[in-house]
Design a protein around this ligand. Structure first.
Ligand code: AVJ
Length: 315
């Protein structure tokens, strides 16, 4: 395992993020802190909800297109950013088995990377599996070099980056790529507002609990005293920026103490704190942003209903 990021680095970033986010106006928290063990389990549950189409749609595209992806890329190495759900990885690994020599899952947390990697290695004898603990916005240049790499960034996670960060990320990614490398990018598409909002505000309240989970994380990691149930889940479509915003709305006037930061913050009744943006894309915007980063969009696939997209791009 290559570690470019330690538990200490992560703890430091959390402190910075929470201090900045809670003292800013309006208050915000970055979505990367949703995913502790409970948050990851809640996200898994979200992916199975009727209302949450992205995971299902992306799997549909991958199933249909994996052979083409293999034929076009002839990848020797699969680098997966945010080494996510094993299932999509397996679809790719199976399709690429003719040319693939190594698999490199990259994630900010080493905890479940090793376990996932061991399972994959066992099922694919002859495949070299090399896990990398890194922040893919910070450590792109440290990722293993090689010929004919396929860099997969799936799930629509690129939508969580604010536009400026996304442009920087794509440019940084391009800078690490050579001729013969490809990027496989999953991105959710603009669609009917009602469906978008329901996908982020499900009837069973799983997304609401996922959203509030960031407060449990801060309570535990930074000795804070948030009462998660005193915050209401809000999901709104921002039509100007074409993204879904998740917020936590304070149901009353309340003072919060974050012991680990020696910080006190007040929330007014009705005050909203943004916890996530999830940008939705159009083909033209993806093509132009990839182009601006120095990449060419070679293929653009959607599922049958046009809900979700997979882009295949190269320098
Ligand atoms: C894992 C970032 C793709 O933005 O749709 C799901 C996270 N947030 N429900 C998304 C999420 C609320 C998800 N990503």
């Amino acid at each position: 395992m290559d570690r470019f990021l330690t538990a200490d680095d992560l703890a430091k970033t959390l402190r910075q993020d929470v201090r900045e986010g809670l003292t800013g106006t309006p208050k915000t928290l970055p979505p990367k802190w949703f995913y502790d063990e409970r948050g990851s389990a809640l996200f898994e549950e979200i992916t199975k909800l009727e209302e949450y189409y992205p995971t299902r749609r992306e799997r549909e595209i991958l199933t249909a297109r994996a052979p083409e992806i293999a034929a076009i890329t002839g990848a020797r190495t699969l680098l997966e950013l945010g080494a996510g759900s094993g299932e999509k990885t397996r679809l790719l690994l199976d399709a690429l088995s003719g040319t693939l020599r190594s698999y490199v899952p990259v994630d900010v947390s080493g905890d479940f990377l090793e376990e996932a990697a061991a399972g994959i290695a066992a099922d694919h004898p002859g495949l070299t599996v090399r896990t990398v603990v890194a922040d893919y916005e910070q450590h792109l240049h440290l990722l293993p070099a090689g010929e004919r790499r396929l860099i997969a960034f799936l799930g629509g996670t690129i939508g969580n980056m604010p536009p400026a960060a996304r442009i920087g990320f794509l440019g940084g990614l391009r800078a690490t790529m050579s001729d013969g490398d490809f990027l496989l990018l999953g991105a959710d598409l603009v669609k009917d507002t009602g469906r978008l909002v329901r996908a982020y505000d499900d009837a069973a309240g799983v997304t609401a609990e996922f959203n509030r989970n960031v407060l449990y994380v801060i309570n535990r990691e930074l000795d804070a005293d948030f009462v998660p149930d005193a915050f209401q889940h809000v999901a709104v479509w921002n039509d100007t920026d074409e993204w879904i915003e998740m917020r936590l709305r304070s149901t009353r006037d309340q003072d919060i103490r974050v012991g680990g930061l020696d910080l006190e913050v007040s929330f007014a009744e009705g005050e909203e704190m943004r916890t996530e943006i999830s940008s939705k894309f159009r083909r033209e915007r993806l093509a132009s942003e990839l182009g601006a980063a120095g990449m060419e969009l070679a293929e653009f696939w959607t599922d049958e209903s046009g809900d979700f997209s997979l882009s295949l791009a190269h320098p």
